[in-house]
Structures are given as structure tokens and as C-alpha cells.
Ligand binder design. Sequence first.
Ligand SMILES: [Ca+2]
Ligand SMILES: [Ca+2]
Length: 327
Amino acid sequence: MTTTRFDGMGGSGRRAALAGLLLLTVRCEGPVPQGSSESSEQVVAAERAMANNERRLTCWKGSTPVFDGEIGPEEYSDADAFEWNDDWIEAMQLEIESREDLDFNGWVKHDGEHLYLAFDVRDDVFYGIDTERWVPSRNPDAHVVGERQRGWPWFGDMIEILTYSRMLDLQVPVSDVTGDGRGVQIIYNLTKSHEGGVGTPGMLPHGPNRTLENWENNQRWILDDIIDTRTVIHPAQNRYTMELRLRLDGGVEIADGQHWKDGMEDTPIGFNLAIGDVDTPDKSPDGLLHHETWWAGKTVEVDDGTRVKPWGVLVLTSKQHDAADGG
Ligand SMILES: [Ca+2]
Ligand SMILES: [Ca+2]
């Protein structure tokens, strides 16, 4: 697979990467997941919205998992799986140095009511558990919870989740999302949460570098349980497992007022993830994270100089994985 690296490269590299992405829009073809159908019009629409059709997952319909943070041996066998590899795009200075430093597996599926994401993350040092809760020099208020302008929700071992459910409908690049069913950018943190405060894992609205609209909608999602998580920490194995569920009704709005539901045709939406790792201060030379590794990249510059979000593609389907060819 071709790796397109957007962040941390000079202007010429960015232009080359962008040219590669634009070439995809001309080619009008991308690999289509086995068993789920996708029209060439949908592929073109995704590319207009800056989605890389080579980054794709299928959200099959499957069994309802036990929502407890544990990942049983067969619990996600009917889901599409992803894992860390060299195609993920690091946004911080330091590359992932070993599988012990940071490694993860993940799964995605839905049961007709919720979209589920599950993560099994291996990390040698849990920030705020194995370490003191040291704060970055640039923001001593990093752990203020509930105030958009002060806290850094993403500081810590974390997972950032992004959707662009209106991607096919709008077919345009976006610099920001609205934080609701149309598109969301929201944070899971291993050691703090909007509802439980410092010390309790869970969801947080994104911080001061995102819009007020995104923050307010993120907060409503968390308080109304449109999005919810469960976490289990396995300290002896240096790993944590987390299950996230997102209510389809209210959480995935594919057109104005229309939410994707079971029985609809296969629908690609924009999707992206970042896995963040903080260890000890010496591993954060820029005072930020040790790692922030992105599935589809963090941002990309377009012709007018603005930076927009690159996306991977998540195909929502009513089909089941087992029924798919080769599934
Ligand atoms: Ca680590
Ligand atoms: Ca860590």
C-alpha cells in the first residue's frame, strides 16, 4: 500500500503527496471491500472530500458485544479489524520505537442500533498511572476538565475519533466538523473524562484548537450517551482494552436530518483515528505527546493554502461479514 505522509514534511513533499491524492480523483477507482457494494460515483464523491480510498474499513452488521471493556475471543470475530503498521502517519517528532512502546489492534462493526469500536492497546508506560501526572510546560492547565479554553483533553494516553457522515452528501473537504451526527472530532482519554473527571477513563469534548460548536455538540453527545465507552486496564500486560459505542440514530447523519440505519444501502462515510501515547517527560521533547499516530493523516494543505482533514473510508453496510465473499 502506498503511504501518503502529510504532516511534518516540507512544502514540496506536501505538494507531491497532494498530487498523489488528486491523481486518485482522476483514476476514479479504488479497491472495493468484498461483499459490500460501492458505486464509482461514491468513490469519486469520497475523493472530492479528500478521502483516501486506499484507507478503508467496512462496518458490517454483527452481534451485539457485551459492553464492558473486555474483548472476548469471539466477540469481534464478525467485525472488520485494523492494527498498527507502518502505513499509520506519525504527527509527533518521534517515531514509534518498538511494539512495546505502542502497538494496537482494533475492530469496528454495528448491531443495527450502535456502531461499535473496540481497541486493544499495548503501551509500556501508562501516563498518570505508571508516572506522575506531569504537565506540559506550555499548558499547566492541561488537565482542567469542562472548560474548552484551558484543558488539553488529548494530553495523555488517548484515542481521537473522527467521522464525516455527510461526506457523500456534501462532497467537499472540511477544515472542521460540527461535532454532531454530520461529523465529529472527539477524544477518549485513559485517565480523565468529562463525566468522571481526572482519574476516570472516558470521553472528553475536543479542546481549544477546535470550534466552540464542536465542543458544545461533543458535550451533548457525552451527556446524552450518544457516545459512551468502557475500559479495562490490564497492568500486568501493559495493555488496556476499550469498547466505544456510538448510537446510529443521532450519531450518523448521512443527509440533512437523515440518519443511517440498518436496511439502507451501503454508505461510505469519512472516518479517521489517532492513537496518542504519553510516557515520561523525556519522551516528549516538544512538550506534547510521545506519539500521535493517524490512520488517514492529521491535516493536508489544499491549493488555497488552507489545511483540511484527510479521511479514510468506513462503509456502513447491512450485510454480515460471514455472508461476504471471502469474509
Ligand atoms: Ca509508550
Ligand atoms: Ca503511554
